[in-house]
Design a protein around this ligand. Structure first.
Ligand SMILES: [Zn+2]
Length: 279
């Protein structure tokens, strides 16, 4: 969601995010189990990695069981990995420990037809948005649902999750790059968002670009404070797997596409610098 984008959108029309949606779902892609079943150990690991666990919940997502926090989903193995490396000097934002390797590299992406023409058009626009930056990652569309080696590197799936507490989760990324240097396997887009708020192509494209940002190693620009979500968390201890990218601000950047809850739908100059530095 851009609340992650945790993006969550306030239904009142203010784009702030909260991803935290505790809700019932009725879609096969996502099934809420029970937030109460998350062990303290797991919550502590997530908090040490600077995720807000306020609305953390256990779900099945993209075929695996794990925990949804902000606009991210992590399996328990991924949570263990996040919690490693919790030492060292104070680090600031932006990227995760693992990045996509094997550059230059072609990244194939696909979108679930359940997201309709809007999802399809947004995928194409998102691909153009990244390719316009002339990175060492080149994005290319492929057919959804392919198996094995033909499978897309990043799959965009559909999930249906009701709004809660005035917020709706727009998208949810399945983690960050793997230790092997592959992108996260994909992200979901909430079709309830389409139904409820009739978003524009630019909004859906921006959310997809934000979630792809997570898949290739971007954390939220304001992950230390979450101020774009209307929170003011001041955590002075060392970040985990969050390494500042040279040439970008260490303070909040209100127009960054990677703000936790920001309204941006395109890369700002610092996002472009960050992409350029990493890829
Ligand atoms: Zn996000």
């Amino acid at each position: 969601m851009k609340r992650s984008k945790f993006l969550s959108l306030c239904i009142a029309g203010i784009l702030t995010a909260s991803l935290f949606v505790s809700c019932e779902t009725d879609n096969s892609n996502e099934e809420e189990i029970s937030a109460n079943e998350i062990s303290k150990d797991v919550l502590i690991k997530l908090e040490k990695a600077h995720f807000s666990t306020e609305n953390a919940k256990m779900i099945n997502f993209m075929g695996e069981q794990g925990v949804a926090v902000e606009d991210m989903f992590f399996t328990f193995d991924q949570i263990d990995e996040l919690s490693q490396g919790i030492s060292g000097p104070l680090q600031k934002q932006y990227r995760t420990t693992n990045l996509v390797t094997g550059l230059p590299r072609l990244i194939k992406v696909s979108v679930d037809p359940a997201l309709g023409n809007l999802g399809s058009d947004a995928l194409d626009a998102m691909i153009s948005m990244y390719n316009a930056e002339n990175l060492q990652l080149t994005f290319e569309r492929t057919t959804f649902g392919l198996k094995g080696k033909k499978k897309a590197d990043i799959e965009v799936t559909e999930f249906y999750e009701l709004e809660s507490g005035g917020f709706i989760t727009l998208g949810r990324a399945a983690g960050f790059p793997t230790r092997k240097g592959d992108p996260a396997k994909g992200f979901g887009i909430n079709s309830r968002w389409f139904e409820l708020l009739n978003p524009s192509l630019a909004e859906v494209t921006g959310t997809m670009a934000h979630e792809v940002g997570h898949c290739i190693g971007f954390r939220h620009t304001d992950y230390m404070t979450r101020e774009s979500c209307g929170q003011n968390v001041n955590e002075g201890n060392a970040g985990v797997g969050a390494i500042h990218i040279t040439g970008t601000p260490t303070i909040s950047d209100a127009t960054s596409l990677m703000q936790a809850c920001g309204p941006a739908d395109s890369f700002n100059n610092n996002d472009k610098i960050a992409l350029d530095v990493l890829y």
